[in-house]
Design a binder for this molecule. Structure first.
Ligand code: BGC
Length: 512
C-alpha cells in the first residue's frame, strides 16, 4: 500500500512537473539572452572528418585498423579513409565557421599524423604543417582553436603494446601532449586532453563496441580508466607547470554522460549510483573535494569482486599520490550531453553470466517509447535531462565552470531539418534554465559542424549543421536550416523560439 501511495505521489509530482514545463514553454515566447561573455562553437574530430588516412607519412590508427580489418563492423561498410576530406578542405570548414559567426572551433589532433612512430623521436612535418595551417587560418579570422588531443584515434602501434591498458601510456600520452603544446600552444588557448573516457574504456576495452574492440567487461575497462585518468592528469600538470606560465591557456577533459532519471522514488539511490558509475567515474576523481573513484564504485566493485572469487577488486587502487595528482587537474569541466534514461533497481531480473560494468552498477535502464526519437537508437530527445545534469554537477562538484563541448541531434540527412532546429532550441532553453538556477555554464558547442563518419554507424547517422555530399569529390558542404538558426542565436546572443531564418541571407547561390 505504502509503495502504491509513494508511486502515486511520484506520478503526481511528475504530472505537476510536466504542466509546469508546459507553462514555462508558453511563457518562453519572449526571447532569452545568453550571459555576457558566453562563447559558442562547433565541433568535429580528426578521424571523423580528416581523411588522408595514410597521407604524407601519417601512421595507422586503431580506427584505420578496425574499419579496414573488419568492414562488417561498420553499418554501411565504410571507413574514414577520405571522410570529409578536411585534410584538403579545411579552408572550406573555416569558411563555414565564419558563416556561422562562431567564437571557437573544437577539432582534434590525430596522434599518428603528428607522431608516426607514436613517440617524439620522429615528428611528421607534414602533420605539423596541416595543423599549423588550420590553426593559423582560424586565428586569422578570430576564431579560437579548441583542441582535443585524443578523440579516439590511438596509434595502432601503441594498441599492439596494450594501448590504454598499458600503464606506460601515461608517459606516452604526456610525451605526445608535450609536442602538441610545443608546436601549437602559442596559438591554442583551450586544450582538451581526452574525449569521453567512458567511450574509450567501456566501449573500447569493455563491451568491444568501438575500436580497438577488446572484450574484457569489468576488467580491462577499469585498468583503462585508471591509466586514462593518470595520463590526463600528467598532461594537465605538465601544461600547468611548464606551459601555462608562457602560453596562458586553459586545459581540461571532456566527459559525457546521460541523465539518469529514477523510475520511482525507490530508485533515486540506484539512479544516483548509475550516474556515479558514468559521469562520476571520471568527474569525481578530478572535480570532487576528496578525489579518487566515487565511493559507490569502490564499494560495489570490491563487494562483487569478492563474491566472484577474485583476490582483489577489479577496480584498481589509486595511491594517495595518484589521487592527488588527478584531483583538481582541470580548468573547466567539458561536458558532452545528448540524452537521458529511466533507471530502476535490477531485482534479479537480469542475471549477468560474467563480471561486467553493468553487473557492477546493477541497474536496469530504458527509454520510454514515446520519447522523441533520433536516427541513433540510443539517443532520444530529453532537454529536461540537460537541465538536471547541469544542476547535479553544480551540486556535486561545487559549481565548476562548464563548457558544453558537444550536444547535437542525429538524422538521416536532408536540408530542412526542423527536428534538429527543435532539438537545439529545446536544449538551449533547458541550459538557460540551469544557468538561471546558478549553473556556471560558460560555453556551448554543437556536434557537429558537419556530417561526418559516425564510428560504427558509418555515414548512416548525420549530426551536421552542414550536410556533406559524400558522392562529390570535394565533399560539398551545404548549410541546413539548423545552421541558419544557430547562426542567428550566435549573432544575437539570444534564443528566440519564433525566429524563422531567411535562407537567402547565406551564400546558398555559391553552390554550398
Ligand atoms: C562523440 C562523437 C560522436 C557523437 C555522436 C560523441 O560521443 O564524441 O565523436 O560522433 O558523440 O555519437
Amino acid at each position: 500500500m505504502a509503495r502504491i501511495t509513494l508511486s502515486l505521489v511520484f506520478i503526481c509530482s511528475f504530472i505537476v512537473f510536466m504542466s509546469e514545463c508546459q507553462k514555462i514553454q508558453e511563457d518562453r515566447q519572449v526571447p532569452r539572452k545568453f550571459p555576457e561573455g558566453f562563447i559558442f562553437g562547433a565541433a568535429t574530430a580528426s578521424y571523423q572528418v580528416e581523411g588522408g588516412w595514410d597521407a604524407d607519412g601519417k601512421a595507422e590508427s586503431i580506427w584505420d585498423y578496425y574499419s579496414h580489418k573488419n568492414p562488417e563492423l561498420i553499418a554501411d561498410l565504410t571507413n574514414g579513409d577520405i571522410a570529409n576530406d578536411s585534410y584538403n578542405q579545411y579552408k572550406r570548414d573555416i569558411e563555414m565557421l565564419r558563416e556561422l559567426g562562431l567564437d571557437f572551433y573544437r577539432f582534434s589532433i590525430s596522434w599518428p599524423r603528428l607522431l608516426p612512430t607514436s613517440f617524439p623521436d620522429k615528428i611528421n612535418e607534414a602533420g605539423v604543417q596541416y595543423y599549423n595551417n588550420l590553426i593559423d587560418e582560424l586565428v586569422k579570422y578570430n576564431i579560437q582553436p579548441m583542441v582535443t588531443l585524443y578523440h579516439w584515434d590511438l596509434p595502432q602501434k601503441l594498441q599492439n603494446m596494450g594501448g590504454w591498458t598499458n600503464p606506460h601510456i601515461i608517459d606516452w600520452f604526456t610525451d605526445y601532449a608535450k609536442i602538441a603544446f610545443d608546436k601549437f600552444g602559442d596559438r591554442v588557448k583551450y586544450w582538451i586532453t581526452i574525449n569521453q573516457p567512458m567511450s574509450v574504456c567501456h566501449s573500447g576495452y569493455g563491451e568491444a563496441t568501438k575500436a580497438p574492440g577488446i572484450k574484457s567487461p569489468g576488467q580491462a575497462e577499469y585498468i583503462c580508466s585508471k591509466n586514462l585518468l593518470l595520463a590526463h592528469a600528467k598532461a594537465f600538470r605538465l601544461y600547468d607547470e611548464i606551459y601555462r606560465p608562457i602560453q596562458n591557456g586553459n586545459i581540461s577533459i571532456t566527459i559525457h554522460s546521460f541523465w539518469d532519471e529514477p523510475e520511482t522514488e525507490d530508485d533515486i539511490q540506484i539512479a544516483n549510483d548509475s550516474l556515479q558509475f558514468m559521469l562520476g567515474h571520471y568527474a569525481y576523481p578530478i572535480f570532487s573535494e576528496t578525489g579518487g573513484f566515487p565511493k559507490v564504485m569502490i564499494e560495489k566493485i570490491a563487494a562483487k569482486s569478492q563474491e566472484q572469487g577474485f583476490s582483489r577488486s577489479r577496480l584498481p587502487d589509486l595511491t594517495t599520490e595518484e589521487i592527488e595528482m588527478i584531483r583538481g587537474s582541470s580548468d573547466f569541466l567539458g561536458l558532452n550531453f545528448y540524452t537521458s534514461r529511466i533507471i530502476r533497481k535490477n531485482n534479479n531480473e537480469i542475471k549477468y553470466p560474467e563480471p561486467s560494468y553493468f553487473d557492477d552498477v546493477n541497474a536496469i535502464d530504458y527509454q520510454p517509447a514515446d520519447w522523441i526519437e533520433e536516427a541513433s537508437e540510443i539517443f532520444k530527445v530529453t532537454p529536461w535531462g540537460f537541465r538536471k545534469i547541469l544542476m547535479w554537477i553544480k551540486a556535486e562538484y561545487n559549481n565548476p565552470p562548464i563548457i558544453i563541448t558537444e550536444n547535437g541531434f542525429s538524422s538521416r540527412g536532408g536540408l530542412n531539418d526542423t527536428d534538429r532546429v527543435d532539438f537545439y532550441r529545446s536544449y538551449l532553453d533547458a541550459m538557460l534554465d540551469a544557468i538561471d538556477e546558478g549553473a556556471n555554464v560558460i560555453g556551448y558547442t554543437t556536434w557537429s559542424l558537419m556530417d561526418n563518419f559516425e564510428w560504427t554507424k558509418g555515414y548512416t547517422e548525420r549530426f551536421g549543421l552542414y550536410e556533406v555530399n559524400y558522392e562529390s569529390p570535394a565533399r560539398t558542404r551545404t548549410p541546413r536550416k539548423s545552421a541558419f538558426v544557430y547562426k542567428e542565436i550566435v549573432r544575437s546572443r539570444t534564443l528566440d523560439l519564433k525566429y524563422e531564418p531567411d535562407t537567402s541571407l547565406m551564400n546558398i547561390d555559391k553552390g554550398y
